[in-house]
Design a protein around this ligand. Structure first.
Ligand code: GTQ
Length: 351
């Protein structure tokens, strides 16, 4: 055994004496505060839809959308239980709406994305316009816009909610209000924002209606899928990503949301992707096909076979690799816009 440091006792005495004064020594925590590399507490995790769906339907029997306000099962990172977080900065949940229900109108400073997972014929309303939900559509609820959801579908409709809740909580910048109107008035026909902004054109005299958030309300799956298919046929396939596109704000060419980046990618049949790691932890929703996912290294490594409607999280600076026998389409989102704005986005592409 090593001899105790001659100052050990004096140091402990110092720490104890200054503790009541809200003082603590940096040198005991310095390495943890400025780690040699990102050291997230998040772990890789998978939610198989076959496991989640029965709980969603049970939630549907137990509470109405109206009572719940939002009937959502939160996907909690197993290492962050109780924090309503899938990564340190991001929230994800699966929201269920049943035929005839309304999730009442409210607004908040947190930005939300909806990625439609199951069922068609529900709608969400933002700023007087409704958009119909179809599987694979990516829909945006900008910060501080009134929004309500409803359904005229003939069965359950389920979507993935992605929000910057933990990030806004960290910043202590959360505000919210309920709308006295349960369901907001419709003031514009469906498709207005897509006609204005969704055709590589924009109104001549316009201000960005939602600041840094894309004015495109819904990015329909049909379009995203067609683009990926075309590229898979004719363009070189990236050895790490397959064919991967980012959704853009047509007014800026930048990300669709100020805090969240969104992507859709296609892994061709027979794709065996190379490994990468990046600082932005990412949440994935499997749209079509199947894939094999390997995340992490050593003891913590996870290997999953994933299929449609499964969800998984790849934490910051975890090596990950995707492959697919039959081909696969994946939607994903991360906090990359914030990393980039702060100059701390790093990516390593391993061979
Ligand atoms: O639909 O407005 O999953 O406010 C969490 C908070 C969804 C929503 C969530 C929300 C919403």
């Amino acid at each position: 055994m090593n001899a105790p440091h001659p100052m050990a006792q004096a140091r402990q005495q110092l720490y104890g004496d200054m503790h009541p004064h809200n003082l603590t020594p940096l040198w005991e925590v310095l390495h943890a505060l400025v780690p040699p590399k990102p050291n997230t507490p998040c772990v890789p995790a998978l939610w198989k839809y076959a496991d989640v769906r029965p709980f969603l339907l049970r939630a549907g029997e137990t509470i109405t959308a109206e009572e719940a306000v939002r009937r959502v099962l939160i996907l909690e990172n197993p290492a962050l239980r109780g924090q309503s977080a899938i990564t340190q900065s991001l929230y994800a949940g699966l929201q269920l709406i049943l035929p005839g229900e309304i999730a009442p109108s409210h607004r908040h400073t947190q930005s939300a994305l909806r990625f439609i997972v199951e069922g068609a014929g529900a709608w969400t309303a933002v700023d007087g316009e409704r958009t119909t939900m179809r599987p694979g559509d990516f829909i945006i609820t900008p910060s501080w816009t009134w929004h309500d959801h409803g359904s005229q579908a003939d069965g359950p409709v389920v979507w993935l909610d992605g929000l910057d809740i933990p990030m806004i909580r960290f910043l202590d910048a959360g505000f919210a209000q309920n709308n006295p109107e349960r369901s907001q008035q419709v003031t514009r026909p469906e498709g207005t924002s897509f006609a204005r902004y969704g055709h590589n054109m924009a109104p001549v005299r316009h201000d960005a209606p939602y600041g840094a958030t894309s004015p495109i309300f819904s990015y329909p799956y049909e379009r995203s899928r067609a683009a990926l298919e075309e590229l898979e046929r004719h363009a070189p396939v990236d050895a790490w990503d397959g064919v991967k596109l980012r959704y853009v704000n047509p007014l800026t060419g930048g990300w669709t949301m100020p805090t969240i980046a969104t992507f859709m990618q296609r892994l061709p049949a027979g794709f065996a992707g190379k490994a990468w790691r990046q600082t932005d932890g990412a949440v994935y929703s499997v749209v079509e096909g199947e894939a094999e996912v390997i995340v992490g290294e050593g003891d913590g490594q996870q290997r999953w076979r994933v299929g449609p409607r499964d969800h998984f999280v790849v934490p910051s600076w975890h090596t990950a690799r995707l492959s697919s026998g039959r081909g696969c389409v994946l939607f994903s989102f991360s906090d990359r816009p914030v990393h980039q704005a702060l100059g701390v986005h790093f990516e390593e592409r391993l061979s």
